[in-house]
Design a protein around this ligand. Structure first.
Ligand code: CA
Length: 232
């Protein structure tokens, strides 16, 4: 019997489209403040490619503050395009996330439906604590979670098993009593399955089809989580 449902945050509950808008707003602010001679859209493309590369290298490795990784990426681009990154870059980052972050349409009703069933609803996410708390508060969903496990707390990035083991301990359950919903087959499905947590891949458009084999369930709408949990 399933007793807990854990969620990834970015790209699973937090819409990817809103994340792109947020990052563009950050780049616009940086370009304006630094008086940089580059199109914010072009800067965004490079920033996303660079941070993606950095995070891929850190998968499963010891935690390093994301605010530092993001600042390093921004500084590299500042150097490349000859501008000085504003000193309050992290504050801009936080502020824009609070202002422009949006959940997927069906996220809230899904979380509430699971809570109503008496399930432990948790989050397991590669994140800094301050960023996550500020973001969840702005979205008005912080109180909905029975537990939150971040990389900062676990000391590792997904798919390191420590992330999942800590979450299980908080819910006081075994792996087979939980499901994990995420949008990254390599980090989320592989990570969860190491500790016997059933994995559910949220793949809205089917673009991750080639990696579906890493996951036990594939969904395109978060509400399907409720049905899966009922049937297990
Ligand atoms: Ca994600």
């Amino acid at each position: 019997m399933i007793k807990a449902v854990f969620f990834d945050f970015v790209g699973t509950l937090l819409s990817k489209e809103s994340e792109t808008v947020t990052h563009l707003k950050i780049m616009e602010e940086v370009v304006k403040k630094a008086n940089a001679q580059i199109e914010p859209k072009k800067l965004l493309e490079e920033y996303e490619a660079l941070t993606k590369e950095k995070f891929n290298q850190l998968a499963g490795k010891p935690y390093k503050p994301i605010r530092i990784i993001d600042a390093e990426a921004m500084n590299e681009l500042g150097k490349k395009y000859g501008f000085k990154v504003p000193e309050n870059f992290w504050e801009i980052h936080l502020k824009m996330h609070q202002q422009y972050g949006k959940l997927y349409d069906e996220a809230l009703e899904t979380l509430k439906a699971l809570k109503e069933k008496g399930l432990h609803v948790g989050m397991i996410t590669d994140s800094d604590n301050d960023y996550l708390k500020a973001h969840l508060e702005a979205l008005g969903i912080l109180e909905l979670f029975d537990s939150i496990t971040t990389s900062e707390e676990a000391g590792f990035f997904k798919p390191h098993p420590q992330m999942f083991e800590i979450a299980l301990k908080k819910a006081d359950i075994k792996g087979e009593e939980a499901v994990y919903v995420g949008d990254n087959p390599k980090k989320d499905c592989v990570g969860a399955r190491q500790v016997d947590i059933m994995s559910i891949l949220f793949d809205k458009t089917g673009e991750k089809r080639e990696q579906w084999g890493e996951c036990e369930f594939i969904i395109s709408d978060l509400r399907e989580v409720v049905t899966i949990v009922e049937e297990l």
